[in-house]
Design a protein around this ligand. Structure first.
Ligand SMILES: Cc1ncc(COP(=O)(O)O)c(C=O)c1O
Length: 481
């Protein structure tokens, strides 16, 4: 017995499942379908069941544990700091870790592109924080977001989330075919919508790269976005984007998109909030995904997840020099009890230095290329795969009815509400088969399986995952002509 925590082998897992089913207000599942899966511990890139079965984690648990679901150095730092601190408030006090974390984020990770760091407790809170800063600074209430975007679940952040089923809605597991979603009144306030750069099935009817000819090189989706900004200029304070959409089934955006968005936001005096909650800290092969492009930087960057390797909760914002200077002259009255909690800062410093010392970003680049080659092979072998697209260690495999028409298998695709029977969604079928074979993949879009292994992943582990995906995808091949 360590402290008050029983060893996994001493647990009565059936009893624990019973308590959980009875008292836990679950996300995702209706009560009757909830079957909690016992996990005894996490170990490197694996989740380990009480029976000792090891499940290879190819989604960084929830797109977050980028240094492995358990990393001994991060865990050791948190344990050590827990022996020194219970709690200390961030306003006015310092301990040993936060000054090191902010210095690292400004000087090393973002190489001076930002001037200050503020902390929150999650990705959604980071988005609340970033959009609140944008509103205060710009004195404009609205934020421009995009179809298919995910920016969190809290009441402010969910306004910018535009994946229908992830907008905090509730649906029934048994339906008469109509999803009949229930949504909290007020969700979606203060946001406008721009088209996403989904070139495989362009939502505004163009073809990449030919579409660049229409407006002298400007992508039509960017032109549409600019028009929205021009029309609504006095109301829109900021546009929020992810560089790579993370939670709606991944694909790589065209290389022109982010630089052009930076340009039009500057031209229209709109702040650009780059949400790097998933993309940050090495996921795309850079410390931050905006660094994939030359000479662009956001006004505000939101982060969370891998900042601590997800071993303890934390998140926050990076702000540009001009915003920092503006705040420097003000007393900004707000208080968050747990923001920059000492244990979060110990976890962040340990994760950041681990990413650096173990050269995990170099590994993400190397393993990303290795994975890309393997996914090309997978695409050649499976007629149900429309594309395998991504960068670094964030990849999506898209399932279609046939390659010529690019027709999605679940017709509602990324606008689906996930009501009723979802067991025949290609993502769910592949996800369930992989899990049976000890591989965890991500299934957040009906027709897309997403792969986001930890940055620590090895060639052998990639080979293992591809072998299993090869088998699992046969189930989808059997559904298409
Ligand atoms: C881009 C992005 N922003 C915000 C969030 C919300 O983060 P959290 O779940 O920590 O609240 C997520 C979560 O996946 C995300 O992917």
């Amino acid at each position: 017995m360590l402290g008050r925590i029983p060893k996994p082998e001493d647990e009565n897992w059936d009893q624990l499942a019973e308590w959980d089913k009875k008292y836990f207000l679950r996300p995702i599942f209706a009560a009757e379908e909830y079957v909690p899966m016992p996990i005894a511990k996490t170990e490197g890139s694996y989740l380990v069941t009480p029976e000792g079965v090891k499940i290879l984690d190819f989604m960084s648990v929830l797109h977050c544990a980028g240094c492995g679901a358990y990393h001994p150095k991060i865990a050791a730092s948190i344990k050590e700091y827990a022996d020194r601190f219970g709690y200390i408030y961030e306003g006015g006090f310092i301990e040993s870790m936060r000054p090191r974390v902010v210095k690292f984020l400004i000087e090393e990770a973002s190489k001076g592109d930002f001037a200050r760091v503020g902390f929150a407790n999650s990705g959604s809170e980071a988005v609340e924080y970033g959009t609140m800063i944008a509103r205060l600074y710009s004195q404009r209430p609205y934020i421009l977001t995009r179809d298919f975007a995910y920016h969190g679940w809290t009441h402010g952040a969910v306004a910018f989330t535009r994946i229908p089923y992830l907008r905090n809605i509730a649906v029934r597991p048994v339906t008469d075919g109509e999803p009949k979603p229930t949504i909290a009144p007020g969700t979606g306030m203060f946001s406008y919508l721009a088209p996403p750069p989904f070139c495989y099935r362009c939502p505004i009817g163009h073809d990449y790269p030919d579409c660049k000819k229409v407006y002298n090189g400007m992508l039509p989706c960017v032109k549409r976005t600019k028009d929205i900004l021009l029309t609504l200029q006095p109301e829109i304070g900021a546009m929020i984007t992810e560089i790579v959409f993370g939670s709606c089934g991944v694909w790589s955006p065209p290389p022109e998109y982010a630089p052009q968005i930076r340009k039009i936001t500057e031209e229209t005096n709109t702040l650009w909030i780059d949400d790097e909650v998933i993309c940050g800290f090495g996921r795309t092969g850079k410390w931050f995904a905006y660094q994939l492009y030359k000479n662009i930087k956001p006004d505000i960057l939101t982060f969370a997840k891998n900042v601590t390797g997800s071993h303890v909760p934390s998140g926050g914002v990076l702000v540009s020099e001009k915003i920092a200077k503006w705040f420097d002259e003000l007393r900004w009255w707000h208080a968050s009890t747990f923001a920059s909690h000492p244990l979060a800062m110990a976890g962040a410093y340990a994760a950041l230095t681990t990413i650096k010392e173990e050269k995990l970003i170099d590994n993400a680049v190397k393993m990303g290329k290795y994975l890309e080659d393997k996914l090309e092979g997978l695409k050649d072998r499976h007629k149900s795969i429309g594309f395998a697209s991504g960068v670094g260690l964030i990849w999506g495999i898209e399932f279609i009815k046939n390659r010529k028409t690019r027709e999605p298998i679940v017709p509602t695709d990324r606008h689906d509400f996930w009501a009723g029977d979802i067991s025949k969604y290609p993502a769910k079928m592949v996800g369930a088969e992989c899990f049976k074979r000890q591989l965890l993949v991500s299934t957040f879009a009906p027709n897309n399986v997403t792969l986001m292994p930890p940055l620590t992943i090895t060639e052998d582990q990639v080979d293992f995952a591809i072998e299993i995906l090869d088998e699992a995808i046969k189930l989808v091949d059997a559904m298409v002509k």
